[in-house]
Design a protein around this ligand. Structure first.
Ligand code: SF4
Ligand code: SF4
Length: 126
């Protein structure tokens, strides 16, 4: 089992934003504005993939302080503003108390879960 790094590679693959455990949550919904900001910032970095492919795997804090990160004004998202990557130690669980535990966790179908040899589910609730 490998630690899940908060980077664009894992961020882009995470299925939490489409998971029914969180999609009906008003608390998660309130994070939408910041989430869209982060998605746009990630998109700007990906547009520069041809000349900065290393940014795809870089931990987001390091990316913020890198040359390309500073050029694009990239900012590492705060854990409290995120609705994904709960399996990473950086984010940990969700602070939202209205997640629907009766729905099925999507983690076992996620490419990050398989690539890192994870065996857990419902990381958002931990
Ligand atoms: S950790 Fe699992 S249950 Fe929680 S939002 Fe992500 S996919 Fe859904
Ligand atoms: S294993 Fe779960 S929490 Fe981790 S990236 Fe995949 S869907 Fe997100």
């Amino acid at each position: 089992m490998a630690a899940v790094v908060l980077n664009i590679s894992n961020y882009a693959k995470c299925l939490c934003p489409v998971c029914p455990v969180e999609t009906g949550s008003a608390c998660i919904g309130a994070k939408q504005e910041k989430w869209v900001e982060t998605r746009k910032a990630v998109g700007k970095v990906l547009e520069r993939y041809h000349d900065h492919p290393e940014a795809y795997e870089m931990e987001m804090g390091a990316l913020e302080n890198s040359g390309i990160g500073r050029e694009l004004g990239f900012q590492e998202p705060k854990s409290v503003d995120m609705k994904e990557l709960f399996c990473s130690g950086t984010v940990g669980g969700s602070d939202c108390g209205d997640l629907n535990k009766k729905q099925i966790c999507q983690c076992p179908t996620c490419a990050v879960w398989e690539a890192h040899g994870l065996d857990g589910t419902y990381y958002c609730l931990k």
